[in-house]
Design a protein around this ligand. Structure first.
Ligand code: SAM
Ligand code: SF4
Length: 326
């Protein structure tokens, strides 16, 4: 098992397939021009399979593919199918734009649950946030998966003054649609124009929903990042991921492998361990993994605490979200 110095067992690995993307969400990408990593510096399909095999042999039970946008990678189908042969629950976070091209692959890989990002239900606002005019395509793909009986969690990053007025529209969506909406507190990453006054807190989100709906808490799993709720009688549910105001680090079981093969033990960790170069040099990577996880900070990469007023984005040393893999 892979265990840190706070006795947290790490059995959930997120693998970023690429830092490339077909959308340009401003909260995820750096503001300045950004050159995507050339293919030769990315983990190749066989290297991803080898590394994933080492993690699963050492206790990893769940793998999430992410990015960038995992489905823009040319060999995405090959990677999904090869990882589906491992003894893990395989899932993915995607912006949904290309899902219609992958329904057969998802079925063959046995993927029954997906996270799809959608920050607004309004077409013009979607274009404003993502700088691409493909709202109908994403919405259609969400419906396509729901009609196939796949469980869909929708990630909505809440940003004050931009899309917070739509929170109850998302809750209304759960009335007749079995969709699981996750409201995510806006997080600071390199170059993403984060300021604390753009964050709508867990407390504020629930307060706004309560003005229109009565809701009940849902029983969560031991390592859940989302606090779940249901409006009685609704087909779907909603939850809040409160990284910024009520972090859930004490039960963290997550590790992240960037598309260029670096292991990060936290979204906000400063250090990273280069597993890809070690693998290419024929070194044993397991001791490197264990060492990296043992050095994991107790909370939020040791860079800030769960008090918004203490967060100074300019002092946080990190990559941009698109290069980490959310
Ligand atoms: N391209 C895929 C997608 O958009 O779902 C996967 C990668 S994306 C980086 C993973 C998740 O991180 C998305 O749900 C996205 O909304 C979220 N995310 C990106 N930047 C964020 C930020 N600054 N604060 C909170 N969530 C963020
Ligand atoms: Fe691309 Fe996802 Fe980042 Fe948007 S959030 S730019 S879709 S990686």
């Amino acid at each position: 098992m892979i265990i840190d110095s706070y006795n947290r067992v790490h059995d959930y690995l997120r693998i970023s397939l690429t830092d490339n993307c077909n959308l340009r969400c401003f909260y995820c990408m750096p503001e300045e021009d950004y050159d995507f990593t050339p293919a030769s510096r990315l983990m190749q399909a066989d290297e991803i399979a080898t590394l994933a095999g080492i993690f699963t042999a050492n206790g990893v039970r769940k793998i999430r593919l992410t990015g960038g946008e995992p489905l823009v990678r040319k060999d995405a189908a090959k990677i999904i199918l090869s990882l589906s042969r491992l003894p893990v629950e395989l899932t993915m976070t995607t912006n949904g734009a290309r899902l219609h091209e992958f329904t057969d692959v998802l079925e063959e890989a046995g993927i029954r649950s997906l996270n799809i990002s959608l920050d607004t239900l309004q077409q013009d606002k979607f274009t404003l946030i993502t700088r691409r005019d493909i709202f109908p395509q994403v919405k259609r793909n969400i419906d396509l998966l729901l009609n196939k009986g796949i469980r869909v969690k929708v990630n909505m990053v809440v940003m004050k003054g931009l899309n917070d007025s739509e929170i109850n529209d998302f809750v209304a969506w759960t009335k007749d649609t079995p969709v699981h909406v996750r409201f995510i507190e806006f997080m600071p990453f390199s170059g993403n124009r984060w300021t604390s006054n753009k964050v709508l807190s867990l407390h504020e989100i629930l307060h706004g929903i309560n003005a229109e709906y009565d809701f009940l808490p849902l029983k969560g799993g031991a390592n859940d990042t989302a606090k779940g709720f249901i409006v009685p009688g609704h087909a779907g549910t909603f939850s809040v991921i409160s990284t910024m105001t009520e972090p859930f680090c004490s039960t963290c079981n997550r590790m992240r492998l960037t598309a260029d093969g670096k292991l990060k033990n936290c979204l906000f960790s400063q250090g990273e361990t280069d597993l890809l170069t070690a693998l290419r040099n024929g070194e044993d990577v397991l001791p490197l993994i264990q060492q990296n996880i043992r050095s994991k900070a107790k909370e939020l990469g040791g860079q800030f605490t769960g008090k918004l007023e203490d967060v100074h984005a300019e002092l946080i040393n990190n990559r941009s979200m698109i290069t980490i893999g959310g």
